[in-house]
Design a protein around this ligand. Structure first.
Ligand SMILES: CC(=O)[C@@H](O)[C@H](O)COP(=O)(O)O
Ligand SMILES: NCC(=O)COP(=O)(O)O
Length: 242
């Protein structure tokens, strides 16, 4: 069955709105694991708008599944990653003014930087994934960086309406095939929710989904454990194999 990584950034977003100590993404991660999460994802942004360094250090100690750190190819953040050694780092683009991660990493334009970052992390035994648009040319370049994983950006699919949604779904299906044939282990994520995830879990090449915002939003009503369990059940119900 497709695995579920739960992104707890959005818990930290609420905490940082008041520069408070609650809600705590570390406690949220423990509850997410109890609800069945196969991994915990956090994004240590350069501007520290949500996740803080303290969260990363504590999560490294207490996460029992797998800790996936989303990060830009930035010197300061690379040094932190090399020190903390998450199980996986997912390389993402960052723009200071963006509301959320708008697109995938442009591996073609930043090839040397991405390759160098992958190699530094992999030399320390850290698995590396690249957050990438469902674009054949980007995937074909990405295989030369040495990363073993890619995460297909599902944001365009999640945002698309009516017939465009089908078009974006087809792009994702094709990209998943291309990525798998190139030898990548293929993840997907961004903007997935309890409705649009149903067609995504039918893509047989996918290994793991990373979902944050919709699970944390639902947890306000039903609690984190239950919100994660509901997503896991949905993935199981609609996957080709469960
Ligand atoms: C790369 C990605 O998709 C995640 O980082 C997700 O977007 C988390 O939320 P923010 O974009 O608010 O950091
Ligand atoms: N990489 C995608 C992720 O971690 C979660 O994105 P979202 O569900 O918060 O949009």
């Amino acid at each position: 069955m497709i695995k579920l990584g739960v992104n707890v950034d959005h818990v930290a977003t609420v905490r940082q709105a008041r520069l408070s100590i609650e809600p705590d993404p570390v406690r949220a991660a423990v509850l997410a694991e109890l609800g069945g999460a196969d991994g915990i994802t956090i994004h240590l942004r350069e501007d520290r708008r949500h996740i803080q360094d303290r969260d990363l250090y504590l999560l490294r100690d207490i996460v029992k599944t797998r800790l996936n750190l989303e990060m830009a190819c930035n010197e300061e953040i690379i040094d932190i990653a090399l020190k903390v050694k998450p199980d996986m780092c997912t390389l993402v683009p960052e723009k200071r003014e963006e509301l959320t991660t708008e697109g995938g990493l442009d591996v073609i334009s930043n090839f040397e930087l991405v390759k160098d970052t992958v190699s530094k992390l992999r030399d320390e035994g850290i698995e590396v994934s690249i957050f990438i648009d469902p674009d054949e040319a980007q995937l074909e370049k990405a295989i030369y960086t040495g990363a073993r994983f890619v995460e297909l950006h599902t944001g365009a699919y999640a945002d698309a309406k009516s017939e465009n949604r089908l078009k974006e779904l087809k792009r994702l299906k094709l990209a998943a095939k291309v990525a798998k044939n190139l030898g990548f282990i293929v993840n997907a994520g961004h903007g997935l929710d309890y409705y649009n995830v149903i067609d995504i879990v039918k893509i047989k090449e996918l290994y793991e989904l990373n979902i944050g915002h919709s699970i944390i939003a639902r947890s306000i009503y039903v609690g984190i454990k239950e919100a994660v369990k509901e997503m896991k059940d949905l993935i199981c119900k609609h996957s080709l194999e469960c």
